[in-house]
Design a protein around this ligand. Sequence first.
Ligand SMILES: [Fe+2]
Length: 187
Amino acid sequence: MGIDSYNLERFIGDLRRIVASAADEASLLAQVAPLAQRVVAERGWLRADMYSADPALGFGTSLLHVEADQSLFVVVDSWLPGRGVPPHDHDTWAVVVGVEGCERNTFWQRLDAATRPGYAELQPIGEQCIAPGQVLAMPSGSIHSVINQTPHTSLSFHVYGRHLNHTARRQFDPERNLELPFIIDPR
Ligand SMILES: [Fe+2]
């Protein structure tokens, strides 16, 4: 390993510096996105067990880093073929980089005023397939769904501004106009 090689430890150090100094969330995302691509390209954090997924859930989540105060949550997610996650928000900023396979992201816009508990009206506003090395930066409040439409397990690298089980993030059922809490359990 050369002295200039980037790695997870340097990435976490950069994240701490950026979070402490960024003027706003847009600036933060613009700085984090290229560094996330750089650490994904380096691959030193990648382990074979990260490809395993829970057949009941359709995905697996492997924890790479979380701060003691639950900020700066870094995970690797795997999706089994044909599986995905329904529309959800994160209640924090998020940066996703593709590692293997192609994950189709659909972006959603909320149409109602979010004043009725448990009720939400959503419409799709765009799609993007995240291929290896491609980055997706999502500001707080973004709503997306993900599906792996390939015949192989997909893998992606995720950075969030907060541990997702310590946020008020929600998932949505756009066909039944439902809003539900959304909790995961990373290994
Ligand atoms: Fe997400």
